[in-house]
Design a protein around this ligand. Sequence first.
Ligand code: SF4
Length: 444
Amino acid sequence: MLTLAEWGPRYAELRAAGLAEAPWGGPLQRHRDAGDTRLDRLRFDDSPAALALWNLLLTEEDRLRAAKADGELIVGTMKDLGTVPVMVYGLPRTRAFYPDGAWWLPCVQQLGGGQLAAADALGASERLCPVRALLGSFALGSDFPEPDLIICAVGATCDDLSAVAQRLVGLGRSIHWWNLPHRRAAEPGETVEPLPGGGHAPARLVRHVERELALINDLLTQRAGCSPDLVDAIAHANAVRSRLLRLRGLNAGARAPMPALELQVAEMLAVHYCSDRAATVAVLDQLISTCEQRIAAHHDAIDAGAVRVYWVNPVADLAAMNLIEELGGRLVGSEFMFPHAVDLLPTDVPPLTALARAALADPMVGSADERVTRIALDATTVAAEVVVLARIPGASHCPSESLALAQLPGLPVVEIEVPPLIDGVRPAMTTRLQAAFEIARSRR
Ligand code: SF4
C-alpha cells in the first residue's frame, strides 16, 4: 500500500519499465494538484491495475467534457443506479453518467469544491444526505458538463434524491421522470417473475416498468436519431458484471489480493461504466489479472488473516475503506446499494423485460427486510465474521435498515456513521470497529 507521495517514484519506476497507459493515464499527483486533495489522506494499492482504476475514476469529468465538445450526446441519469445507462450505451456517440456521483465530491475535494455550500444556499441543507452535492454541482457548473438530457427515476425512491431533483427543475432543468414503483409482495395467486439476484416481483409490476422503459427507449431514439441496440447493450453490461463477480470471488477467498478501497471503486464502475464502457472492461481485466497473479504467487495486498468484513452502504469518505484494514479487517463482501447493477441481466427474455426486472431488483425499492435477507445470505456465503453498516448522514432510508439489520442472526453487526470527511469522528469509528473486530476474533 502506498501513499500518494510514494506513488510518485513508483510511477516513474513503472514508466521506466515500459508501462503502457490509456490516453487518460498519468501520475496520480496531478489529480491532487487539480483539487482532489483527499488523495493525500488515502493509501493505494501499488499495482499498475490500481493506477489505471484511479485514473479512470478521476478523469471522468474531463472525458465527459471532451465528449460533449466533440458533439456526443450526454445523458444525466439519476437514481436508478445501473439500468438506464445500459440502454444509453446501446447508442453510438452517447454517454450516460450519474450526477448523483457528486455524492463523493465533498470528500474527494475535502469540501474545497464548494458543492455543499452551494446546495445549502439553495435550501438543500444537511438534513439531506450527501447527494445534495449534486445540486451544488449543477449550480456551480464546475464538475460534470451540463447533460443534454436528464432522466430520473421517482416513485419508491428516497426522499433525498427526489427533493434534490425537484429543486433542479426549479433551476430550469427539464427532467424526464419515470416511475419505479415499490416492489410490493405478490397477492395470493398473483403471477410473479424472477428477478436478478434471487428475488421475485409481481408480473404486473414488471409490465409497468417495461412500459416506463419503453418510453425512455423512444426518447433516446428521438434524441439520438437511432434506436439503442439493447441486445448488444445487455451483452456488454453482462461482460462488465461478470468481471465484477469474478473480482469479488477472487477477494472472498483465503488470500487477500486487493485492498478494500480499490474494490469499492471497482464496484462503482458497474453503474455507468465511469462514462467509458470499453475502458471499464479493460481496467477490470487488469485488476482480475493482478489478483490472479498475486493469488498464484501467495502474495497478499493486505493481511489475509484479518477479520472478514461484509460492508453495507457506500462510504461518503473513501478513507473509511482504508480504516478497515488499519484496524485489522479485510473486505470480503459488500452491498453498496446497487447489487442490481452487478447481478447478471437475464438474456432469455426480451431486453426491456430483462431491464425492468433489474430495475425492480433494486434493494432500495423493496422492503428493508428483503434487503437484509439478501445481505445475510451474501455475508454467510463469503464467510464474513462481522457486518458493518455504514450509516449515511441525513439519508432518509437508514433508520429502518438499522433496525432490521440488527436482527441479523449469527453475525456481529456494528453500525457506524460515515460523514463526507471522517477526520472528526475517526476516534469514535475506531473504537466501534475495533470492538467489533475483537468480538469477531474471539469467536474464531
Ligand atoms: S444515499 Fe440513500 S438517501 Fe442518499 S440518495 Fe442514496 S439512496 Fe437516497
